[in-house]
Ligand binder design. Structure first.
Ligand SMILES: Cc1cc2nc3c(=O)[nH]c(=O)nc-3n(C[C@H](O)[C@H](O)[C@H](O)COP(=O)(O)O)c2cc1C
Length: 313
């Protein structure tokens, strides 16, 4: 069976979520952190740095992701990771947001194989550092992807994670599985597929059509249904066990944020983010998410959560 990874989702799969998920569901072969980067003044935001510290993660099984524009940023971030004890790094070549791409980072790199080469020269030049990349299939066209693959193939990459959308598509439409199928064998490194895996049927279709891939990375599918990987792996939990695991995930995330954040508003806005995907499992989810968005006080929130879980039983 292919390995299964949790995708990095900035604002969603932070260490609070990853730790809670890992303690309750496990079954993930590797967790990828949302990216760290240098801000304008050359600082790394503390909230981002926290993600990659071993002391904050309840498993060693996680890989930090970096968002870089050039060789210099790559070197400086990898040096920081090495100091923290890391021996693996993932380089983001997929982020489509203009705020990021305008600075030459994320998916902007896909239009510049020369810059990719400069970045990989540095990253792959370390003795004890495994390097993987996570990319889309192009910035605004698929034609450039051939030279991106040729560039990747000049390096000893640990893995290439491909999310088959163009950056200009953002998250519209479906991931282009047919395009992925037509190119993945050209990639020399082990390949990971990422995109729109939301059910065991999606997973089974993928792995039966491209059995040679090394791994599958799942993001929103797990946030929408934290039992997805258990279902893919054929774990048989009773309905009561399933609801209780989901409740435990919610309660653990809630408790952890409560201990960290001051004031109801801050806490409830974090919980609203959690529910944007998690609510999919619940009946009348659109109404539910609206009600959670409106919540200003913890007691109202807790009453809504209590009622929602009752409806799942
Ligand atoms: C809100 C949000 C935040 C994301 N943050 C990151 C990130 O920090 N690094 C990254 O490589 N991809 C990021 N992604 C992309 C996901 O990792 C993943 O590639 C994408 O959601 C497709 O996979 P999925 O369909 O399984 O969710 C983000 C996606 C979303 C929707």
């Amino acid at each position: 069976m292919q390995k299964i990874y949790l995708a990095p989702l900035q604002g969603f799969t932070d260490y609070i979520f990853r730790n809670a998920y890992n303690a309750i569901f496990g079954d993930i072969d590797c967790y990828y952190t949302p990216y760290i980067l240098f801000e304008k003044g050359g600082e790394i935001r503390n909230s981002k740095l926290k993600e990659v510290l071993f002391q904050n993660n309840n498993t060693d099984n996680f890989i930090p992701q970096i968002l870089v524009a050039n060789a210099e940023e790559t070197k400086d971030l990898i040096d920081i990771l090495i100091e923290e004890g890391h021996s693996s790094v993932n380089i983001n070549m997929g982020c489509p947001y203009p705020m990021v791409t305008k600075k030459g980072r994320g998916s902007a790199l896909l239009s510049s194989p020369n810059t990719i080469a400069e970045i990989l020269d540095v990253a792959c030049g370390y003795d004890n550092m495994k390097v993987s990349v996570k990319c889309r299939i192009g910035f605004d066209n698929r034609e450039d992807f051939g030279s991106v693959i040729d560039t990747f193939n000049n390096y000893n990459l640990d893995e290439v994670i491909v999310h088959p959308r163009l950056a200009t598509q953002m998250y519209d439409g479906r991931a282009d599985f047919d395009f992925f199928k037509s190119i993945y064998k050209q990639i020399k490194a082990p390949v990971c597929y990422n995109g729109d895996i939301c059910t065991p049927e999606d997973y089974n279709k993928l792995t039966s059509e491209v059995p040679e891939i090394n791994s599958v990375m799942i993001g929103r599918g797990i946030l929408q249904n934290p039992l997805l990987v258990s279902d893919i792996k054929g774990k048989e939990y009773s309905k009561t066990e399933r609801v209780s695991m989901l409740r435990k995930l919610h309660d653990t995330v809630y408790e952890e944020y409560s201990g960290m954040l001051s004031g109801d508003a801050h806490l409830l806005s974090k919980m609203y983010a959690f529910w944007t995907y998690f609510s999919e499992l619940f009946p009348d989810n659109k109404k539910l998410i609206k009600a959670i968005k409106k919540c200003k006080r913890k007691d109202n929130y807790n009453a809504i959560v209590f009622r929602s879980f009752m409806l799942l039983k």
